[in-house]
Design a protein around this ligand. Structure first.
Ligand code: ZN
Length: 317
């Protein structure tokens, strides 16, 4: 089955054709210029791949930078909505794709939900019905898998904006335009740059920003453990790679902090020990997003065939 996937980011769109095993056959990177050019280039790529392979696509999945409208009943379903990115506010993404491929099911979700789907289908969340996928980079986002389905609810989870109690002596005001010192305002890549004057990837391993970032992240993760009861937390993105500190040492700090923040209250084997099997990096690494878009396509295809037993039933939103 030939599946199409679009991972739409603020600087580039990655488009790929692949299959239901998660294998990517061909992919292309398209700069995020303006909606007309970028979407047109994406559609052209898929049309060409259909001709080259003499096989029509079965479905297309789109994981998109947000905010996006995921409510199928909304007149703006499938749109990027209030983004500050010039030219992209209230852009219809699903519409042009659906128009170019009128017979195909088109799946649509946030970029972080798509990545969570990718890890669920082929990565570190495989066979787990309940886990949280987090990406810490330009922003902080979380995709929540609950009972084998992505959690949407009112909109979609915005765990990056969890409010975090400040550590004594930390006067950094944070950078979130809405909250200042929410988790994203304290721990995203741009927050680390603002705090230290050094990009996270170049930050020395002994810089005091690392234990602070790990501690705040641990508090947020402990809150997510209490609120959502995930069976695993997958921590992805550029920040946890932790520059010159390295991902292993950063994750060890985070795991220690989570154990401390939980205070031994939740007594299960998964949350005892060093948490090295509980808080883990993504297995698909930087391919989580595009593989997730293929997984969204597969889910849309299943939904189209069996509207009642889909893993991501829109009627439950
Ligand atoms: Zn915020």
């Amino acid at each position: 089955m030939l599946l199409g996937g679009i991972e739409g980011g603020g600087t580039k769109f990655v488009c790929a054709v692949g299959d239901e095993t998660g294998r990517i056959h061909q992919w292309v990177r398209i700069p995020t210029i303006d909606p007309a050019h970028t979407l047109d280039a994406a559609i052209t790529f898929f049309k060409k791949q259909e001709v080259l392979r003499s096989e029509p696509l079965a479905a297309i999945g789109i994981g998109m930078f947000g905010p996006v409208d995921l409510n199928p009943a909304s007149e703006h379903y499938g749109y990027i909505t209030t983004t500050p990115k010039p030219g992209w506010a209230f852009t219809d993404v699903v519409g042009p794709v659906q128009k170019a491929f009128p017979d195909l099911p088109v799946g649509f979700d946030t970029d972080v939900n798509a990545a969570a789907m990718g890890e669920h289908r082929w990565g570190a969340g495989r066979s787990l019905g309940d886990f949280v996928y987090i990406t810490m980079g330009t922003g902080i986002g979380a995709g929540v898998m609950a009972g084998g389905k992505l959690l949407h609810g009112l909109v979609h989870p915005e765990a990056g904006h969890l409010r975090i109690p400040r550590l004594p002596g930390d006067a950094f005001p944070g950078i979130c335009p809405f909250h200042g010192d929410c988790w994203e305002g304290l721990c995203s890549g741009p927050a680390i740059l603002k705090r230290t004057g050094i990009p996270a990837e170049d930050l020395p391993g002994n810089h005091e920003a690392w234990p602070l970032t790990a501690r705040y992240t641990a508090i947020a993760l402990a809150d997510l453990v209490c609120a959502l009861s995930p069976r695993r937390i997958i921590l992805g993105g550029s920040v946890p790679r932790a520059g010159l500190l390295g991902r292993d040492r950063f994750l060890a700090m985070v795991r220690n902090g989570v154990r401390e923040a939980l205070g031994g209250y939740i007594s299960v084997p998964e949350l005892s020990g060093d948490l090295s099997g509980y808080i883990i990096p993504p297995l698909l690494e930087e391919n989580a997003g595009i593989c997730g878009a293929l997984a969204l396509a597969e889910t849309a295809w299943e939904e189209d065939r069996h509207p009642t037993d889909s893993r991501n039933d829109v009627s439950s939103r």
